[in-house]
Design a protein around this ligand. Sequence first.
Ligand code: ZN
Length: 278
Amino acid sequence: MRTTTRSGRMCLVTGEAVIDVEQASAGRFSADPLAVFEEWDAFRSWAAKVEPAGAHGATGPDGSVSPTPRQVFAIGLNYRGHAEEASLAAPESLSVFTKFATALTGPDTQLRLPSGRVDWEAELVVVMGRRAEHVAAGDAWSYVAGLTAGQDYSEREVQSVGPVPQFSLGKSFPGFAPTGPVLVTADEFADPDDLAIECLVNGESVQKSRTSSMIFPVAELIAGLSAVCPLLPGDLIFTGTPAGVGHARTPQRYLRPGDEVITRIEGIGQLRQTCVAA
Ligand code: ZN
């Protein structure tokens, strides 16, 4: 099953059709995506019976797959190649920060570049479908609503100013957390732990890996995070980026007005940002 949002309203995607959930369910399910994530199992049962032929509405998604989450987690250094390019050892425990929710946006946007050094980080994003507290890794996938593509845009000057890194602030300018174009449930993938992930800047492939290269796979992230914070329906987890960020290149490379960034994940689709001066 696939979902997205349009004008902040929860939508079901069947084939080419984008269906408004509140209208199609005659009010049984709310237009509010968070309310739908709160009763995810019932929603999935209803969605399985929706006839694609009855679809109305043709325009595509324009918002985050979960636009108003209560928590957004992000994981640093979760691919060996990215740890190596940062000249850091592969971590033995989770490195966690947040992207503040005001940074969330949809899949196809203009990215307003603040002054500084803005970098790209293609990431698989997990959306939670049930409250998860002290969940074992073996049970973790049953708490997941689905997967989507995300970008963890990062301004490296704010990130590194001060006595310790400020990942959360440097990665939370408006528009720095696009997700989409759709949320895809795990059953749609042959192996949800092994998806091709790629980032292209102006058509040049700058990051190319598979999510099976994560140091801590999705289930271990949920186990580790939920051991401290209960994870809530609609919460997002940005799961870390593979090697190939601009900051680690020689010479270093950052986004400029006019650049186009495409982020692709197998079985989900792509994000597209066009960079403009702020
Ligand atoms: Zn990241």
